[in-house]
Design a protein around this ligand. Structure first.
Ligand code: HEC
Length: 165
């Protein structure tokens, strides 16, 4: 009798549908995890929402968290540049750095009078931790030197080189 077999078929169909739904959900969660968290973490590091350890070159004590935020001195992407009145009472204009985006970092450019150079993730990490740029020129001491984990470097790199919107 077909009536007896129907409920089983329905149950099987339901199970298949559920399995498909689950697989779809898992796939989209994995897809989101593959791109979003690093850029978001980079954004939070850049804006000082996550802590960064930084020092002024040649000094041993760490800067207060407020002073080490990248956003104090740099704009990122199409964001407006930092306003001179934002917290930097003693900073002169020369302590502001360039607006950071994929174009500035990824294209050959003469930086600080050096030969043309561009960044990759390792070069950005080296600059942030040692102050040495891709052309082996030391950036001004007004930019702090950072203690960053490779994961934090990567997050900042992904955030700063994300495609312009
Ligand atoms: C107190 C101000 C200050 C802070 C905070 C700061 N910077 Fe800088 N940054 C500078 C200055 C000044 C320069 C050098 C500009 C120059 O040489 O013309 C610079 C240069 C750079 C460069 C080199 C750009 C190039 O074309 O070579 C990068 C990349 C950079 N900063 C990233 C960061 C990141 C990421 C952070 C946070 C983790 C940060 N900076 C925090 C002031 C700052």
């Amino acid at each position: 009798m077909s009536i007896a077999s129907d409920p089983r078929r329905t149950a099987l169909a339901r199970a298949c549908w559920l399995a498909g739904l689950l697989a779809g959900l898992l796939a989209s969660a994995a897809g989101a995890a593959a791109q979003a968290p690093d850029a978001e973490r980079g954004r939070r590091l850049f804006h000082g929402e996550l802590p960064l350890t930084a020092k002024i070159a040649g000094h041993t004590s760490a800067l207060p968290a407020q002073a080490s935020r990248c956003v104090n001195c740099h704009a990122a992407g199409s964001a407006p540049p930092p306003s001179p009145s934002a917290g930097a009472s003693s900073a002169s204009t020369s302590s502001f750095g360039p607006a950071l985006d994929a174009r500035l970092l990824l294209q050959d450019a003469r930086r600080r009078g050096g030969p043309p150079s561009r960044y990759d993730e390792a070069a950005l990490c080296k600059l942030l931790t040692t102050g040495i740029d891709p052309a082996y020129i030391i950036i001004p001491a007004s930019m702090p030197r950072y203690e960053l984990s490779p994961a934090d470097c990567k997050a900042l790199w992904i955030f700063l080189t994300r495609p312009a919107r």
